[in-house]
Design a protein around this ligand. Structure first.
Ligand code: ADP
Ligand code: MG
Length: 707
């Protein structure tokens, strides 16, 4: 690392892997990796990830109505005297163990399945008064509580949490275990210097950073977990400020360096066009024309290439790269996931090589000697195009002369990351490709000041995808349909959502669905999900492409870009839980070849009005822009930008929809900081550096003095 870019040691406890916490072993760390972001070079999430994992609601146990007045289905706390135990009859473990207790209003049965008698006798001694808290259900006029959440003796009444936070969970993780881990993480949060301007702090009534986290994890009321509570707004502001500041620092740096003129002779581009099996559509030619005009101008290009899934963005980007290579420079293409990077490499590789160029790939998986060779060749200018994941921003990656950075599917990256890649080149241009049909009104918030080219028509010969919505109750019919399609040799995607909320929601997991389908259909199937290693995922995707498996059960890891042209059926379970942009992306995986394709959207009943309208839009149109506009009308911008549904969203704590006012304040604040303390040298500047590290915007710090 260069001087001055070391992370301040005060943050070390937060940047440590979660397994440094007592009680978190490798197994739990792996489970947590399904819930929390895992940094690129790490195997497991950071302690900070736990601290930032906020509860979304509370369980309120403050109601103490007395046994007889406890409402059906309500969570209550009861102070009762234990009367008698009625153990399960011998050899009949399926009959529950019951404990009867009463208060002055009436009697209640506490019900335990597969209970350990010794434990129950200790927890609920006959004749003692205890507090029990849980959900009350009434059967035949008698109240019962099945497996109380808490049982405490009268003298320990204070240890019963009357208000409990509820966290987003993942399969295999209980609220209790997560809660314990979060509390340990909180203990590791240090007191940090204040980076927020004192006037703003007072005006917004913001608690300090550490206190904000503590408050959010110890709600006393539903209002305490609200997005608008001062503690939450404080953290949202921190995140927004770090983003705006990083963006501002990068912009300032970019402005200081002029762009260059890239004017190729068209030779390489010509060869690529010859090898490419199709001629470009008018929309592609127009976009390429706009890009070339930018490239030939002495300012830096910062352009967004917006085009629906399958609209043919890749070839446009490739021809833009050819132009800078003809002019003697190098090009890079960055994808958000390993699978996508490999797919780009596989699809453009042959075209590039046929044109006599050298292309290589660099991801977290290229290691050792091969990696070093690539890095050396890159620096020596022997590589024309480097394809990769965000491994491309690492400091060790040095180009001889980067002329154009292409970033694919950008909404997966933070805005700052995108700009970071271009800062690898002295005066390089930037082309961002996105399949997210973001309405014009939102381009600015999401991308900053960029010019936009749109591919508004698809290449000829595409078949429309027939979209059907099916209630989950008719799953059997869908399975039957899948069976007969597979018998005809068709390929099917079957998508299950990530399990992220309470287990109560009973969302089917990929594994469960895979097992059930395997039993139901006798044909080769595969499974891909986020917990698998990169190589494993790729192997399964490849087998699906090759036809060795013909049904692929997956989470949204296949969401973007993966190309299997002969897949014809897309089944999406719990479609009501997905963002429309995401459904549209998923649907775009089929209808790419010559066969007729179908998309089956399974939903769980009952559907709310908005959910109903949203699924109707999916049936009505395949126009990604229209879908995005309608979605925006129905749901607000945070959803449309995918900041809520995608695990790797650019914002973790802020919501563009709910904290839009703070975004503006942060933008102004960042501008002022850059005007007055651009190198972050003041005392507040030092605190702001910590903020940048905290939200992993620290790449920006490298720009402070360098260059
Ligand atoms: P996306 O915009 O989703 O990245 P791709 O660039 O992957 O789309 O293109 C999707 C498919 O369309 C690819 O198989 C590509 O070869 C093909 N394609 C691109 N341009 C054309 C064209 N002008 N005519 C026919 N097919 C094309
Ligand atoms: Mg693509």
């Amino acid at each position: 690392m260069k001087d001055g870019v070391m992370r301040p040691p005060v943050l070390d406890p937060l940047f440590a892997p979660v397994s440094v916490i007592d009680g978190i072993g490798p197994r739990l760390a792996r489970t947590l990796a399904n819930l929390l972001p895992v940094p690129e070079a790490m195997e497991e999430p950071r302690v900070l990830g736990l601290a930032f994992h906020l509860p979304h609601s509370i369980i309120d146990r403050r109601k103490q109505p007395g046994v007889a007045l406890a409402p059906e289905g309500a969570i209550v706390t009861l102070k009762v005297r234990v009367d008698r135990h009625q153990p399960s009859p011998r050899g009949r473990g399926n009959v529950p163990y019951r404990v009867f207790a009463h208060d002055e209003t009436g009697e209640i049965g506490l019900v335990f399945f597969h209970a350990k008698a010794a434990w129950l006798e200790r927890a609920l001694p006959v004749g003692e008064t205890v507090l029990v808290s849980g959900r009350v259900e009434w059967f035949n006029g008698r109240p019962t509580m099945v497996h109380p959440d808490h049982i405490v003796s009268e003298e320990n009444a204070g240890s019963l949490p009357l208000v409990e936070p509820v966290y987003p969970l993942t399969a295999g993780l209980s609220g209790k275990v997560l809660r314990k881990a979060v509390l340990s993480a909180l203990e590791r949060v240090p007191e940090l210097p204040e980076w927020i301007d004192p006037h703003l702090l007072a005006k917004q009534d913001f608690p300090n950073f550490r206190e904000s986290l503590e408050r959010l994890h110890a709600p006393r009321d539903a209002a305490d977990v609200d997005l608008q509570t001062p503690a939450r707004r404080r953290l949202a502001y921190d995140e927004l400020l770090s983003g705006q500041l990083a963006l501002g620092l990068v912009r300032r740096k970019m402005k200081k360096t002029a762009g260059r003129v890239f004017k190729g002779n068209g030779e390489i581009a010509g060869r690529i066009r010859e090898t490419f099996p199709y001629s470009l559509t008018d929309a592609q030619e127009r976009a390429l024309g706009e890009i070339r005009t930018d490239q030939e101008r002495p300012e830096r290009m910062l352009r967004l290439l917006q085009g629906d899934v399958g609209s043919g963005k890749t070839i446009v980007a490739l021809l833009a790269m050819a132009n800078v290579i003809e002019a003697g420079a190098q090009a890079a293409m960055m994808a958000p996931t390993e699978i996508l990077a490999r797919q780009h490499f596989a699809s453009i590789g042959p075209l590039v090589e046929a044109a006599g160029l050298t292309i290589r790939i660099l991801t977290g998986r290229e290691k050792g000697k091969a990696r070093e060779e690539t890095l050396a060749a890159l620096k020596a200018g022997e590589i024309d195009i480097l394809v990769g994941t965000h491994a491309l921003f690492q400091e060790s990656v040095q180009f001889r002369d980067l002329g154009l950075a292409v970033v694919d599917e950008q909404h997966r990256f933070g805005v700052h990351q995108r700009l970071m890649l271009s800062s690898k080149g002295q005066h390089s241009d930037m082309l961002v490709m996105t399949a997210t049909p973001i309405p014009r009104t939102l381009v600015l918030t999401a991308y900053g000041d960029m010019d936009v080219s749109r591919l508004d028509t698809k290449p000829p010969g595409r078949q429309p995808v027939q979209t059907v919505t099916v209630p989950a109750g008719r799953l059997d019919e869908v399975v039957e349909r899948a069976r007969s399609a597979m018998a005809r040799g068709e390929k099917i995607y079957w998508i299950c959502p990530l399990v992220e909320e309470n287990d109560e929601l009973k969302v089917v997991s990929v594994e469960e669905r895979f097992d059930a389908l395997k039993k139901a259909i006798d044909a080769p199937m595969g499974i891909v999900h986020g917990r698998m290693k990169g190589e494993e995922k790729d192997a399964v995707m490849q087998a699906f492409k090759d036809g060795e498996i013909r049904l692929l059960v997956a989470t949204t890891v296949i969401e973007v870009g993966v190309d299997v042209p002969d897949a014809t059926i897309m089944v999406i379970e719990h479609a009501e839980r997905f963002g429309l942009a995401q459904l549209h992306q998923l649907r775009g995986r089929v209808g790419r070849g010559t066969g007729r394709s179908t998309c089956l959207l399974l939903y769980k009943e009952p559907l709310g009005e908005v959910a109903h309208a949203r699924l109707a839009i999916m049936r009505e149109t395949e126009d990604g822009f229209r879908i995005a506009e309608e979605d925006l009308k129905l749901r607000g911008e945070g959803e449309v930008l995918g900041t809520r549904q995608s695990g790797s969203a650019s914002y973790r704590l802020a919501s563009l929809a709910d904290h839009a006012d703070l975004l503006e304040v942060a933008r102004d604040d960042a501008r002022l900081i850059i005007e007055t303390d651009a190198d972050l040298d003041t005392e507040r500047g030092a605190a702001l550096r910590i903020l940048l590290y905290l939200f992993e915007r620290d790449e920006a710090i490298r720009l402070l003095r360098a260059g």
